[in-house]
Design a protein around this ligand. Structure first.
Ligand SMILES: Nc1ncnc2c1ncn2[C@@H]1O[C@H](COP(=O)(O)OP(=O)(O)OP(=O)(O)O)[C@@H](O)[C@H]1O
Ligand SMILES: [Mg+2]
Length: 219
């Protein structure tokens, strides 16, 4: 579903964030992308949801290739992906319900589907009782779960989570990892970027490491 072919990414500043990376992620996989701060994790995710483009090699996501993609195809690609951003990107003054509903509204979902999927997604992350609260009123862990609810609203084939436990305590972090694992078990591929190596050890599964832009894989 995702293929990187000798992908390199150098930012305009000259920083090489990813160097000759090649890997594949198949449907229904659960994969951790682990590495220290500045290693290139967010860059790898941005290359997948095509917020950034490679400066060498190519990225293929489904039928869309980074070197041939047309701008109008990108919203189409994003609809199939659920992204949990490192900085959440929630609309702070909007309610939890509205933060999830917007993801469906932009796809032109019917009113019936919008309501059904919004409530189902909030239920999935245990936040139905907070539907009417504004995002800024939620705790850090709740905001993270809300970001996950928004990511799964459109029933994506792949969820990309960038440092989903960045500022959370170990117990809350564990809850988030379990939630992502459950989403995977329900039939969605999940790629989680994290520097939390301890947490990764507690979850058996595929681990791709990145350090200084160089990828390697545990076998
Ligand atoms: N837009 C940008 N312009 C220039 N350099 C960038 C840009 N984004 C990232 N970088 C650089 O690329 C490298 C990789 O950054 P990236 O954000 O991918 O790392 P990361 O592994 O996600 O780090 P963290 O764990 O801190 O989130 C870093 O050296 C960073 O400074
Ligand atoms: Mg990052």
């Amino acid at each position: 579903m995702i293929s990187f072919y000798d992908v390199g990414k150098a930012y305009r500043t000259g920083t090489v964030a990813v160097e000759r990376a090649s890997f594949r992620i198949g449907r229904n996989e659960f994969v951790f992308l682990v590495g220290p701060s500045g290693a290139g994790k967010s860059t790898v995710l941005k290359l997948i949801y095509m917020e950034e483009f490679p400066t060498a090699g190519r990225v293929v996501v489904g039928k869309i290739a980074s070197d041939r993609v047309k701008p109008r195809q990108i919203p189409h690609l994003r609809r199939k992906l659920g992204v949990v951003y490192q900085d959440f990107r929630l609309l702070k003054d909007w309610t939890a319900y509205e933060n999830v509903a917007i993801a469906l509204r932009v796809t032109g979902a019917s009113r019936k589907r919008l309501k059904k999927r919004t409530l189902a997604s909030l239920a999935r992350v245990g936040l139905v009782h907070k539907s009417g609260e504004r995002a800024w009123q939620l705790s850090g862990g709740e905001q993270q779960r809300l970001a996950i609810a928004r990511a799964i609203a459109n029933e994506p084939i792949l969820v990309l989570a960038d440092e989903p436990t960045g500022n959370l305590d170990p117990e809350t972090s564990l809850g988030i990892f379990h939630l992502l694992r459950d989403i995977h078990l329900a039939g969605t591929a999940v790629l989680v970027a994290t520097h939390d190596a301890e947490m990764v050890k507690r979850f058996a599964g595929r681990v791709i490491r990145i350090d200084g832009g160089k990828l390697s894989e545990d076998i």
